[in-house]
Design a protein around this ligand. Structure first.
Ligand code: HPA
Length: 274
């Protein structure tokens, strides 16, 4: 595994020799941010050794190396999910490759269902913490000591300094950024209303089927993690409306401009961090 990471990173560096400072993973329907990348080198996942291509609608599998407001950034457009049957180790492989390339901060983004009744579809939420309900963890198995410790601390799984930058960037862009706890579930079914009620009682503000594995793997690696959820729908039972993947993709498109502005300002500020 560790050797595989090195080989994949070397392959990417032969295409473009850079050390990105920031990594960014774009969730369902949020791929249009890639239009903001300056001087991009686009590498389809299919051309990267040991990468799985994406199969879910709304996910294009491409690694894009370039600059965002002058800051070297590596963007993963599209991710694979546990509900597709992939082992956790494969899910977090791209995150670990970004770490091998040298990123210091990873921004995770996703589409999520709103549980907190103060949210509405189209809202952007700064992830403060997560609850792993996937009944899986990408670090199960022998620990890879070269990557990180056996028992990583998760007290600041979402780095307070980067959260502060995100909040500030939201204000500068005139956005009403919410904050909340993300519950990561396995899927692929959306939740039942009873499950959503339980998640709310347990302290979750939104729910989705991604992000948690990458956050765990990045924390293991000692990388600063930040997360943004795009509330594409209210979770099942909150509005009594049925959920569809098409509606969810449509809503993601609607917030694209705010979302892209927020990311751009955030990455620019991270570029100025020590
Ligand atoms: N539940 C789980 N995942 C999701 C949802 C949801 O309501 N919306 C977008 N991703």
């Amino acid at each position: 595994m560790y050797e595989k990471l090195g080989r994949t990173a070397k392959h990417i560096q032969e295409i473009r020799k850079v050390t990105p400072k920031v990594g960014l993973i774009l969730g369902s329907g949020l791929g249009a941010f890639t239009e903001r990348i300056e001087d991009p080198t686009i590498i389809p996942y299919a051309d990267i050794p040991n990468f799985y291509d994406c199969t879910v609608e709304g996910h294009t599998g491409r690694l894009i190396l370039g600059k965002v407001k002058g800051v070297e950034t590596a963007v993963l457009q599209g991710r694979i999910h546990a509900y597709e049957g992939h082992p956790m180790e494969d899910l977090v492989f791209p995150t670990r490759v970004l770490a091998t390339l040298g990123i210091e901060t990873l921004i995770l983004t996703n589409a999520a269902g709103g549980i907190n009744k103060a949210f509405k579809p189209g809202d952007l939420v700064l992830i403060e913490d997560h609850i792993n309900l996937m009944a899986k963890n990408p670090l199960i198995g022998p620990n890879i000591n070269e990557l990180g410790p056996r028992f990583p601390d998760m007290t600041h799984a979402y780095n307070p300094e980067v959260r502060e930058i995100l909040e500030q960037s939201g204000k500068e862009n005139g956005l009403d950024l919410h904050k909340g706890v993300y519950a990561g579930v396995l899927g692929p079914t959306y939740e039942t209303p009873a499950e959503v009620k339980m998640l709310g009682i347990c302290g979750a503000d939104m729910v989705g089927m991604s992000t948690v594995p990458e956050s765990i793997a990045a924390n293991h690696l000692g990388i600063k993690v930040a997360g943004i959820s795009c509330i594409t729908n209210m979770a099942a039972g909150i509005q009594g409306k049925k959920l569809s993947h098409d509606d969810i993709k449509e809503q993601a498109v609607r917030v694209m401009n705010d979302f892209s502005n927020l990311l751009e300002t955030t990455i620019e500020k991270i570029g100025g961090m020590k």
